[in-house]
Design a protein around this ligand. Sequence first.
Ligand SMILES: NC(=O)c1ccc[n+]([C@@H]2O[C@H](COP(=O)([O-])OP(=O)(O)OC[C@H]3O[C@@H](n4cnc5c(N)ncnc54)[C@H](OP(=O)(O)O)[C@@H]3O)[C@@H](O)[C@H]2O)c1
Length: 339
Amino acid sequence: MTHTRRWYFNRRPAKDIEADTLLLREEALPPAGAGQLLLRTIYLSMDATNRLWLGDWDLYMEPVRPGEAMKGFALCEVIESHNAAFPAGSLVAGLVPWSDYSLSDGSGLSLVPRIAGLKLAEAFGVLAIAGPTALVGLMEIGRPKAGDTVVVTAAAGAVGMLVGQIARIHGCRTIGIAGGPDKCRMLTESFGYDHAIDYKRDDVVARLRELAPDGVDVHFENVGGDMLDAGLTVMKNFGAVVICGLISTYNSAAGDRIPGPYMFRNLIMRRLRVEGFVILDYLDRYPQYQAQLAGWMLEGRLNYRLDITEGLENAVDALKMLYTGANNGKVLVRIGPES
Ligand SMILES: NC(=O)c1ccc[n+]([C@@H]2O[C@H](COP(=O)([O-])OP(=O)(O)OC[C@H]3O[C@@H](n4cnc5c(N)ncnc54)[C@H](OP(=O)(O)O)[C@@H]3O)[C@@H](O)[C@H]2O)c1
């Protein structure tokens, strides 16, 4: 392999990702050296946080700087190995450049076993990021009890569609909030939510009060802004608010003043526990989470939907879908064939 295509971070966007934010270039790839691996990218995971890495906020990890290759979480095949930990032919997952091929010294990569009964895209799409995030956020941060009412925002998305089902597996009542009638139908028909609220049409606070007259025990936040305020308004005393993501704020710059939450006072009035988390802090327990999630998938207890875009050249358009709500399920980009 002597050449590859690779996306580079060109210019920081003022708000939404722009045409010149990332540029695709063709470049020479040097031969793999001692200790190195030559990787062929199969699937690239599109994650809301990819946009955060292009901003100037203080983050939970190193961002991407203008001039550097864009990076993302990917499933790759090792096609040449000078590192005994990752033999040629094995599948690995980790943070790699957005490119067809790349070189790696193996750091940050983990071997990915094939799971009988699951397609590679399903296993990667659910088990790599969205599934562990949903499981950790709900069960270790939210800690609901059977019979509790759980509310989830961006409920039809990659993380949200799983949170509702995991809550139901644990005996909770679930209310999902999403944008538009089609996504709301998916919530109740495909992802097992007891109730759906369309935030683009409904009065969210009024609907939450109607559906949970005694209040909400666990609120799982993926969006922030008005959604978080609606959640804080209807919490029960001693409820838990899980801050998984604030996607409605990720397109802002460090100097911008992000409004709210206006109902912050309910942390006292309702004695709430509000806790954020980053899934990277839980990597040592991944095998345990993935075994649990794969078990539910194989038993048909966890429904999921993938939204697969073809081709590295379309990666930026795929990422932008997360910000317009155009995605239907976990967004992956297929860079190359599975084998
Ligand atoms: N803490 C962690 O470790 C961790 C790990 C992974 C993901 N996350 C977070 O989880 C959240 C969901 O990520 P995901 O990968 O599963 O994406 P996703 O839910 O599949 O896609 C994002 C969805 O967010 C909704 N959305 C986007 N902009 C919005 C806005 N301004 N107002 C209201 N809704 C908006 C859209 O749904 P609608 O069509 O319904 O509007 C869109 O489909 C993100 O906030 C992400 O940062 C956190």
